[in-house]
Design a protein around this ligand. Structure first.
Ligand SMILES: *Cc1c(COP(=O)(O)O)cnc(C)c1O
Length: 393
């Protein structure tokens, strides 16, 4: 079956009492059992049935089942945000005295989670250049818990060679964890490329118009500890499971993901090509452009499309601010893959709390605008950019 069909027609875990077509929102905390034994079986994990919605909820289970069918995963767990999915996944593997090997290019809050939060628990982070595979290999030692990376970094738009990283991780006996938020899991198979655990901010493409926050842990079963710890330890003890309402919104979002993604990715490609012709724009960085240094690798891994995020550079920071202030259609907002096109100056916002030298080390520049391309008519998005670029100070 095609993914677009699976996303819409994955069966509910149980026949609904009223034959509802969509999974109803089970806005409920606890579930009653027929017998003491059935209750004991559920509580002890011998039977997977909801007993308390901190750990399992029918509406959330339906979202998890659909993602499982779409990715051919062993287990899928839904959390209340992308950061919760990342934190819980790392908590499976880390402990005091262990280290995490990762990229010097990472999502801002992930950097802060590693260097500010987890560091207080005695966990070291080693950030290397992921394009230098020898550096990756050399950073891993017997105390390394995992190799963690993002498939396309933001805002640098660096594409990781996933199969090469998988080879290194597996040679060293550690799991490869990929944040795949920026290309939907319906477009490519992280499992086939050797990823052990995929984490996704479902706030982005999946939620369907930025309706809700969410995060997914997609576990391919290669490290059984993931299922053991998340299902029987972390969901209970950390308490960051997805809410039924968010799961409802995200199940609806998943149904239209394929259709939305195709238009957004096509809009991004058309826009990137047109922006290259605008003299005020110094550089357009989009992996879908043929002359992008990562184009070939991106196509090999992710297929024809290059996602809906691009960046471009203007003369200086002041020009960037003036550009943002003059936008009329495009929204001044963070977030990615809303139906609406969004613009942000990453240097002064997402990376605002980092020092100048830290930002330089991360290749975050004050000349860069990040655009998340939406579903509007691409001519209208282009016209808004051109008028804002040309606005008189
Ligand atoms: C947004 C994002 C996150 C965090 O997800 P939230 O749902 O906002 O918690 C993590 N990684 C990447 C690549 C993101 O874009």
């Amino acid at each position: 079956m095609q993914k677009s069909t699976i996303a819409i027609d994955t069966k509910l875990p149980r026949q609904d009492a009223f034959g509802a077509i969509a999974m109803p929102v089970y806005h409920t905390a606890a579930y009653e059992f027929e017998t003491a034994k059935a209750m004991a079986d559920a509580f002890c994990g011998r039977v997977l049935a909801p007993d308390y919605s901190r750990v399992m909820n029918p509406t959330v289970m339906h979202l998890e089942d659909t993602v499982k069918a779409l990715t051919d995963a062993a287990n899928v767990f839904a959390f209340c945000s992308g950061m919760a999915a990342i934190t819980n996944t790392l908590m499976v593997f880390v402990e005091q005295g262990k280290n995490i090997v990762t990229s010097r290019h990472l999502f801002g809050n992930t950097v802060a989670l590693l260097n500010r939060t987890l560091s207080r628990f005695g966990i070291e982070t080693r950030q290397v250049d992921l394009l230098d595979l020898d550096a990756v290999r050399n950073a891993i030692d017997e105390h390394t818990a995992c190799l963690y990376f993002e498939i396309v970094t933001n805002p640098q738009m660096e594409v990781a060679d996933i199969a090469a990283l998988a080879d290194i991780a597996h040679e060293k006996g550690i799991p490869l964890i990929a944040d795949t938020t920026v290309i939907p899991f319906t477009q490519f198979s992280a499992k086939r490329l050797g990823v052990d655990v995929e984490v996704v901010s479902s706030t982005k493409y999946i939620s369907g118009g930025a309706t809700s926050l969410g995060g997914l842990v997609i576990d391919y079963g290669t490290f059984p500890v993931v299922n053991q710890r998340i299902r029987f330890e972390l969901l209970f003890n950390v308490g960051s499971y997805m809410s039924p309402h968010a799961a409802y919104m995200q199940s609806l979002g998943l149904e239209t993901l394929d259709a939305r993604y195709r238009v957004q990715a096509q809009n991004a490609l058309t826009l990137a090509r047109k922006l290259q012709e605008v003299p005020e724009i110094k550089r357009v960085n989009y992996i879908g452009l043929e002359d992008n240094p990562f184009h070939e690798l991106a196509q090999k891994q992710f297929g024809e499309t290059g996602g809906a995020m691009l960046t471009f550079d203007l003369a200086d920071k002041q020009t960037c601010f003036r550009f943002i202030d003059h936008l009329q259609l495009i929204r001044r907002a963070t977030n990615l893959f809303d139906n609406k096109t969004l613009a942000i100056h990453p240097y002064s916002t997402i990376f605002g709390p980092f020092g100048k030298s830290q930002k330089l080390a991360m290749d975050v520049y004050d000349t860069t605008i990040r655009l998340s391309v939406g579903l509007e008519a691409v001519e209208d998005i282009f016209d808004d950019i051109v008028q804002a670029v040309r606005a008189i100070p």
